[in-house]
Design a protein. Structure first.
Length: 101
């Protein structure tokens, strides 16, 4: 039987992988992937807790909202990265010093 603890351990592992991807910051795309992994770990927690809430299904509803917000954040993030690439010809966060017009 898979318990709540199993879900939480997997979610913590996914969150740690995402945190490492953000902190390693090789390029902006990897930072977005890391943020997306951390959001997915939170969504997994919502669904896991929602599985044990038989009355309201609140976890699944929160997970749906989180998925929509994550998709919007990725779309905006990619648009920003494309504009920065057009300006500086690089997506390495260490090489970009100023963001002015």
């Amino acid at each position: 039987m898979i318990t709540l603890t199993h879900f939480l351990v997997v979610s913590a592992c996914i969150f740690c992988i995402g945190l490492y991807a953000v902190l390693a910051k090789k390029n902006a795309i990897m930072i977005l992937v890391g943020i997306e992994l951390m959001i997915n770990a939170a969504i997994l927690n919502f669904v896991a807790f929602g599985k044990y809430d038989k009355i309201n299904y609140g976890g699944q509803i929160f997970a749906l909202f989180a998925i929509v917000l994550a998709a919007a954040a990725v779309a905006i993030g990619l648009a920003i990265i494309l504009n920065v690439y057009r300006q500086y010809r690089s997506i390495n966060p260490d090489q970009i010093r100023e963001l002015k017009d």
